[in-house]
Design a protein around this ligand. Structure first.
Ligand code: GN1
Ligand code: MG
Length: 387
């Protein structure tokens, strides 16, 4: 929902970052948490676009940590990409206010930041196999470029963000409270999600027992968080760095597939349309694994498919929790939106579980270099229709 007087607020924010007065603006509606706008200002060199973003202070309690993480990651990436002629489109710069901070607080107390607008770039909501492969390459490259980023300097912007067990406990608590009287509507999904405690605890145990490391991970690896060149569909930059934190690589792998390998949309109401596409799984894995293979141990690579199950279970639980709590976290765009999202993720989870052994076999095949069947990729031009 666009708030009243947003044009005035955007002007004030834009000026406070020294960008000038916007002559036009557009609300970009991809995200479920923050509010994002493109503003156009007139400069001596002509019209220039920037991204202004209002941080969701319910999700992000300490916005200063978000911008500090963002600045740290960007500095690290810029150092790695310093010889790349297209560096300005491959990293997202944060602008400073006259006071020297990365945040501006408006009259209502909301926090804003200003960032680079990447020219000649698009994001994709419904990927095809080529986009999935390139999304895999992009997140694999991101992972590998950040492998030596000082993890101890990163803040936890949301505590326990991908602590799946904690998410399941929160769901159980919300069901117990049932403060909106919605529990009876979600009983089947609730019982289904609660029946997989071993998947919910899998990564915590693997880490506790020293079998997998913490890495700098993105934690929100939907394909629409990759910007692609609008002509070649080569990946440019990874955006939405709010949840870059110490985490498990398999969660990044899994979340990308939860979103991108679902044949249907994330909130599809017709559950007969929901399903997990193994060709998309293979395409993403063929992009991602070669980029990380040398730095991950064999065991860590084998855990990647568990990330798909854990992230789908967790996301279903989060949507269901928010439905029970009265839709207080995710932006909702239609009636019972969180309920539809949760049902869709639960249906996807069932299909993923039936494909789990196949997922493991594909990962093993790619890791061994002994590829039995490679995805044949679509032509880049056909992608236009998915944007
Ligand atoms: C949120 O706002 P967006 O779309 O980038 C959420 C993710 C969920 C996703 C589900 C900070 O991401 O964790 O997977 O919605 N981000 C946060 O679409 O909670
Ligand atoms: Mg996000």
């Amino acid at each position: 929902m666009i708030e009243d007087n947003i044009g005035i607020t955007l002007s004030e924010v834009s000026e406070s970052f020294g960008l000038g007065l916007p002559v036009s603006w557009e609300h970009l509606k991809n995200g479920n948490i923050n509010q994002t706008y493109r503003v156009d200002v007139i400069t001596k060199k002509g019209k220039r676009a920037y991204i202004l973003q209002k941080l969701n202070s319910n999700a992000f309690k300490t916005p200063q940590k978000n911008v500090e993480n963002h600045a740290l990651i960007t500095k690290h990436l810029r150092e790695k990409l310093k010889n790349d002629p297209d560096i300005s489109r491959k990293t997202v710069k944060l602008y400073k206010t006259a006071e020297g901070g990365y945040l501006y607080t408006d009259i209502k107390g909301d926090y804003w930041r200003a960032m680079t607008y990447i020219y000649g770039a698009v994001s994709v909501n419904k990927p095809d196999d080529l986009i999935m492969r390139r999304t895999g390459e992009a997140f694999g490259t991101f992972q590998s470029l950040l492998s030596d980023c000082p993890i101890a300097l990163l803040h936890e912007t949301i505590s326990g963000f991908h602590d799946t067990e904690k998410r399941m406990e929160a769901l159980a608590q919300s069901a117990k409270n049932d403060k909106c009287g919605r529990l009876s509507e979600i009983k089947n999904e609730y019982d289904l999600l609660m029946s997989f405690p071993a998947y919910a605890s899998f990564f915590r145990k693997e880490y506790d027992e020293g079998r997998i490391p913490l890495r700098v991970t993105h934690n929100d690896t939907k394909c629409n968080n990759v910007m692609f060149d609008e002509k070649t569909f080569e990946p440019l930059a990874i955006i939405d760095l709010d949840t870059v934190m110490p985490g498990f690589a398999a969660h990044d792998f899994g979340d990308a597939l939860r979103f991108g390998a679902n044949i249907a949309d994330e909130d599809e109401e017709d559950l007969s349309k929901v399903g997990f596409d193994m060709d998309m799984f293979r395409a993403f894995a063929e992009g991602y694994i070669p980029k990380v293979k040398d730095s991950f141990g064999t065991y860590e690579l084998e855990t990647l498919p568990y990330g798909v199950i854990a992230m789908t279970l967790e996301c279903a639980a989060r949507f269901l929790t928010d439905y029970l709590d009265g839709d207080v976290y995710f932006i909702t765009r239609k009636d019972k939106h969180n309920l539809h999202r949760a049902k869709c993720q639960a249906a996807l989870l069932k299909d993923e579980l039936s494909r789990f052994n196949e997922m493991k076999a594909v990962v093993r095949e790619i890791c061994s270099g002994n590829v039995m069947r490679r995805t044949t990729y679509s032509e880049p031009l056909s992608l236009k229709m998915h944007v």
